[in-house]
Design a protein around this ligand. Sequence first.
Ligand code: HEM
Length: 452
Amino acid sequence: MSPEPQPPPTPSGLPVLGHTLDFARDPFEFTYRAIDECGDIYRLVLPTTEVCVMAHPDYFRQVLVTDVDAFGKTDDYRKAFGSGVLATDGAQWRRQRKILQPLFHQDRITGYGDYMVAATQRRLDTWTPGEVQDVESEMQDLTLEILFATLFGRELTPGEGADLRTASEGLNKWFAPTSWLLPNWVSTPSRRAFFDSKERLRTEIRRLLTEHDPDKRADENSQPDGLQRETLLSKLDEARHSSGQNHLSTEEVEGQLLTMLFAGYETTAAALGFAWYSLAMNPDIQQAFHEELDTVLGGDPPTHEDIDDLELTCRIVTETLRMYPPVHTIPRQTTRAVEVDGYQIPADREIHLAVLSVHRDERFYENPDSFRPNRWISEFENELPDYTFMPFGGGRRTCIGRDFARLEATLVLATIGQHWSFEWAGEETTVSIEPEITTKTKNGLPMRLKAR
Ligand code: HEM
């Protein structure tokens, strides 16, 4: 008779509070230690719940592909994003994804390239040589501006970006490890910030929908220069007024807009910020990057047609997504009891796929903690086992904005790198990172700007 399946092991921790304090203090460090002690699957014990953490590509495959129906989206996602495509499951998700997918086709995305470059150039005009800028927040402002113009067809008014960013950061607060110390019904400042932010973002989204009136917009000529009049916003509004399979309720439309607003700018901004940081820390690579830009572009602004020739720039984006995956953990919740590698996991158990740990695992990446864009030659990529590089998730729930994000990251890097170089100006020698839903820094990314 084969032995009864056991629950996954759990790392040593304090009784009563479980692992909460250690985890809240430094979640990434805790994860490394726990994997060292227990292996690639373990239980994180918190006062009110348990989380099963998995850190191996074979487990990623089971959760996201082969056993996908046993692993649904979490209650927390639904709380944050309502009925947005990031949070829904089953038939509702399938219908929503089918409606949204055409809006992210390659042809449509490349049409945004020129706007991405122009918006970046406008921001560069505000920079002064020698000054120190927080590159993390600069990249957030820029990507938010691009998102609003390309997907919602609206230019942000001065000050609006900062206000929206604060609200969007508030949504992140629900997912901060320190919030896990207390059960969900306890009101804490960060939870109040979460609910206030959600209200603020909903108000903005309702305003976007109310403002949206295609005939009026044509009269006012209010479309940002060079962009199509049909946007994600206009298509969603159309879905609200249509019937049958293409119909989305008002609540669903609001959920999609909230989701795009949250998922669509901070992630790419994080990739850009960490790319600048990595280049500042590796002057040889920064120099080779500048040389590539000079050779390929010869002083002209980049376009989407240059992307294939900007090989090193693309590798810098890929290597940054490996070392600093903006979504460091992919959460799920079991829909039924399920067995993983001989371990028993009950129904309704939260699962964390530890993307960052796999991206820094030396079984898959030589010298995983060093920034080496040139590891990404085709032989290496072809031999890399499946599900070891997961910045955009995997299986049917793979990021819908992947092509948008890659195009944006590459064009923004190239446009800025043509004119500026960066020098790390932080007080500490290296950056400290911490997890919310997205990978953030503790104290921003202060950089001294040098004109090239
Ligand atoms: C570097 C930038 C980005 C990264 C690293 C990233 C990462 C991810 C990841 C890991 C997922 C899977 C989440 C899961 O399975 O639970 C995801 C899903 C998603 N992302 Fe992105 N993302 C990025 C940019 C974008 C952009 C630019 C947009 C939209 C404009 C976007 C919209 C979405 C949406 C709507 C989903 C849900 C897809 C579904 O469940 O069907 N993302 N993203």
